[in-house]
Design a protein around this ligand. Sequence first.
Ligand SMILES: [Zn+2]
Length: 347
Amino acid sequence: MAGFDKLSASQWRGEVGEQSSAYFHAQIPRVSAQVAQLNATATRSLATDTAKILQTFTYKGGFASQAEAQAWLKGFNNNPQVTAQLIEKAQLLPEPQRTQWLTRLSAPAYVARMTRKQALAVNINLSQGQLFNSMLNNRNGTFGRIAEDGYRRGFFDISRTAGLAFKFDRLPQQKINAILNGAIPQKYLWYFTTEWASNNQAVMLEGILTGKSAGNIAKGLRDTIPGQEYRSYRYVRTYVTSTTSVADTLAMEQAGLSEYEFYATMDDKTCELCGPLDGQRFTLDEEMEGENSPPIHYNCRCRKVPIIPGIESANQKRIARDADGNTIYVSRSMKYGDYQKKILGLL
Ligand SMILES: [Zn+2]
């Protein structure tokens, strides 16, 4: 992982975007640690609730057989206590989730159809909603000035490389909020919390089916916390890739630039989607995140580089990794396909 960071930190030398790229990649470990903290808090709280969740479903110290556990999971007695507990939990959610869940939980048809397994899923989904909201509430603290810094640094990178003093306007708070609250960051946040919820649900179901005690299931949940740190890292990397890309677009617009080049990372981990995009040029008019603008996928490490007319030097180098993982510099004009053939020795 450390190797990745170093490579991503400075993808190119003497190229527009070099400094801001280094800055953003330096933010990832710090921000990931904060996200991992929120994630751990939510997991511990779910672990603390485990006994209560299982008790409510009349789980008492394990099953005699797997068949018995499965039979138990299928049946649901429409226990008013279960519904009451879920409603109590839903009350804690902020709007609009609160109303959505309360409506759903109090619909007789829904409660009647709900199996025990689904009831467990509802509990976990409500916890996911709580994690989602705690992350939204902490977003300004965790991601802080990334959007604004992205714009400012992107803009100064362009000015410095072009050797021109473009007129710089601060990004209005409204635009910063729009970047932070945009549909795309929300989508990645949802993806992150969904992964969290399905992992926890799997741990709980496995525990129930193998007759583990509530205490052991809770321990199993807490044991996943260290492994979740890398998931936090991936989420933050995706968020930073997305935010810097939007900020770069705003900086390009401010500087009057209209074309960018897609940059993938020159190592053996770059995927089949991003590799072929490397070196392709697009205009801001045709830019589409996920199609020709990063992130192309969750955990994408790509970046776009503004094209400044008249500032393309044949001597420019870009950073890469050789087949043994050592840092090397290759010609700026080398594209990922050539890199795979010439440096990694692939066909
Ligand atoms: Zn990518």
